[in-house]
Design a protein around this ligand. Structure first.
Ligand SMILES: CSC/C=C(/NCc1c(COP(=O)(O)O)cnc(C)c1O)C(=O)O
Length: 397
């Protein structure tokens, strides 16, 4: 099926870009486990290298299995083109290295995934890029931070780990007015719930390790955007700078994950809503950060921007870090592990794990409390998730 916008999300995730009749009737796309491609003659090889004719010459640059994944991801995000990379960090760094040169400025939100934060501070800053952190929940703050050297505005929504939301349309309008590219990390929401390009963003990146793969069996990344931008990222950022190419086998696994992405995200949302309400009502729990709760500071924006509120929850116990650690260590079925978006429910402590790249002072300044707990609500029967959490939470009269 070619790109057919009249078809629904799930249909396109399953069928787009592949016709079994073109592949001996094979229901599932062939896996091209090859590093290189042969040429009929030297002139053909030269023409393919020069881009004068379509074709493949080396799997670090392109591969048929990756092509299909890239087309599907672009379609699902409403983008022209896509790129499959070795990891989410591979996607992020390949994109940012492509479009930034020394002297440029990037404006980013106060809360980012730990390695993204570290990459900006010790990667981009080391090579002469000015990093400006702005409170992206306040469009005026972004406007005030913009300068004529601002090349990129970058954020996650919801943000890892404290669930901050960013009004994509509002921030994109401000950035575009000043000629800056908007890059959104859509890992938490997935295109099922949010399509940033439809709201004005230029490029979307994903850790495909998470919801897109969805089964905890791969590390991968995705970038989507205009055909022009993605060609630049492919031939500059990925080919020459990071080399962060996705293995064809992982591309096959992500293609399989996409087929059930809508189904899984819907169940993640359903389970997370129930868990968030249970936590909010529990006497031992202090704050619960979940976009679907009326108590969530940006609940109005969530209602506008997200048809479902995702599978991620952040919360704090009234007893702080120590109580949180005790609770996490008492869990039986729920695994203590980083990563997210898996079928298994996972729990972790950002301050000592995913966001240990921040100093304690930086965590305080960037809205990541020492007692914060992050929960990736999985696809187990909700009764079992609730039961495990309730038996682990402190008994408070
Ligand atoms: C060592 S911590 C494990 C990884 C976690 N996150 C990853 C991540 C990346 C980077 O994606 P990879 O390179 O595929 O891991 C990019 N963007 C976001 C919003 C992410 O959450 C984590 O547990 O929060």
């Amino acid at each position: 099926m070619a790109s057919n916008k009249s078809a629904g999300f799930a249909t396109r995730a399953i069928h787009l870009g592949y016709n079994p009749n073109d592949h001996e009737g094979a229901l599932t796309p062939p896996l091209h486990l090859t590093s290189t491609f042969t040429f009929e003659n030297v002139d053909q090889g030269a023409a393919i290298f020069a881009g004068e004719r379509p074709g493949y010459f080396y799997s670090r640059i392109s591969n048929p299995t990756l092509d299909l994944l890239e087309r599907r991801c672009a379609d699902l995000e409403g983008a022209e083109a896509g790129l499959a990379l070795a990891s989410g960090m591979g996607a992020i760094t390949s994109v940012l290295w492509t479009f930034l040169v020394p002297g440029d400025e990037i404006i980013t939100d106060k809360t980012l995934y730990g390695c993204t934060f570290a990459y900006m501070r010790t990667g981009l800053a080391r090579f002469g890029i000015k990093i400006t952190y702005a409170d992206m929940t306040d469009p005026q703050a972004v406007e005030a931070a913009m300068s004529d050297k601002t090349r990129i505005v970058y954020f996650e929504t919801p943000a890892n780990p404290n669930m901050r939301l960013v009004d994509i349309a509002a921030i994109s309008k401000i950035a575009k007015a000043r000629g800056a590219k908007v890059v959104v990390d859509n890992t938490y929401a997935t295109p099922v719930l949010t399509r940033p390009i439809e709201l004005g963003a230029d490029i979307v990146v994903h850790s495909a390790t998470k919801y897109m793969g969805g089964h905890g069996d791969l590390v991968g990344g995705i970038a989507v955007g205009s055909a022009e931008d993605m060609t630049q990222v492919r031939l500059v950022g990925m080919k020459d700078m990071t080399g962060a190419v996705m293995a064809p086998f992982n591309a096959m696994l992500v293609l399989r994950g996409l087929k059930t992405l809508k189904l899984r995200v819907e169940r993640h949302c359903e389970n997370a809503m129930i868990v968030a309400k249970m936590l909010e009502a529990h006497p031992a729990v202090g704050r619960v950060y979940f976009p679907g709760l009326a108590s969530f500071p940006q609940h109005e924006l969530a209602l506008r921007q997200m048809p479902g509120f995702g599978g991620m929850i952040a919360f704090e116990l009234k007893g702080g870090h120590d109580a949180g650690r005790t609770m996490m260590d008492r869990l039986n079925m729920i695994h203590r592990a980083v990563s997210l978006g898996d079928t298994e429910t996972l729990i972790q402590h950002p301050a000592s794990m995913t966001h240990s790249t921040y100093t304690p002072e930086e965590r305080a300044a960037h809205g990541i409390s020492e007692g914060l707990i992050r929960l990736s609500v999985g696809l187990e029967d909700i009764e079992d998730i609730i039961a495990d959490l309730e038996q682990a939470l402190p008994n408070v009269p």
